[in-house]
Ligand binder design. Sequence first.
Ligand SMILES: [Zn+2]
Length: 287
Amino acid sequence: MPIFGVSALWSETADNYLRELSSSSVKAVEIGFNSRVPRALPENVVDLAKSLDIRLSIHLPFFMSWIDSPKTSQSTKYLTEGAALANTLDTVAVFHLGYYGQRKFEDLRPGILEGIKSAIDSTRSSGSKQGLFGIETSGKIAEIGSLQEILAIAKEFSDTDVIPIVDWSHLYARSNGQFPRSEDDYRSVIDALESELRLKRFYFHASGIEFENHQEKRHLSVKTCVPPLPQLLKVLNEIGCEYTLIVESPNPIPDVLWLEDVRKAPEAWLEFAEERLRRSGLQQTLA
Ligand SMILES: [Zn+2]
């Protein structure tokens, strides 16, 4: 069964939030950290999530940079800390690769690979390794993370160490609203994940998105249908794959409930989504 969840920043009141999620039958939460990642989450939070059957994953801070060697070693340190926490939770640590600066992806790639490898090795050497990294597609062309770049990095690792995280709204903003717009568009991405990485289980981010000049500006409700998620859910139903989909919109719980509803019969929502997508035009009418 697919698992739909929300993203939320870490807070001291995480236990209350877990109860709120549970009362809405939300089954996953990706916990974001703006600053230092702790070594472990409080035991009561982890136990509560377990007892409510809510899966926890984590999103690392946006500090990564590989543009010079001090920044690369600092980023490697952040990754190592993130891997340690993911390991205690037996989950995925999602992160962004950061900005290109004046450099090209091909120049940055060896440093990125080395940093990820070293973080994985350090986790392995400190005991049994259970966590893994998820590298997210970026929502800005100034930021490393086209689908091809993410695939190129993930290919260098086993899928028990690194998986790609496709954020559909980021692909949409990065392409300035050109992609994905149709079932075929979604299918082509899933095909690439399956054929290039032999992935069987996927982890996605989704929301609506506002953008300008290939740069994301802010996340919006999934109901804006930019990009059109009923089309995605139809494709995923056809393939019948396992996946986790984390909603990153400003008010994610109602969005999760809507998506759960759409998933039962996406065909009934295709036209609605098409219409909203058409009307979004230059994005002046989104709400
Ligand atoms: Zn992210």
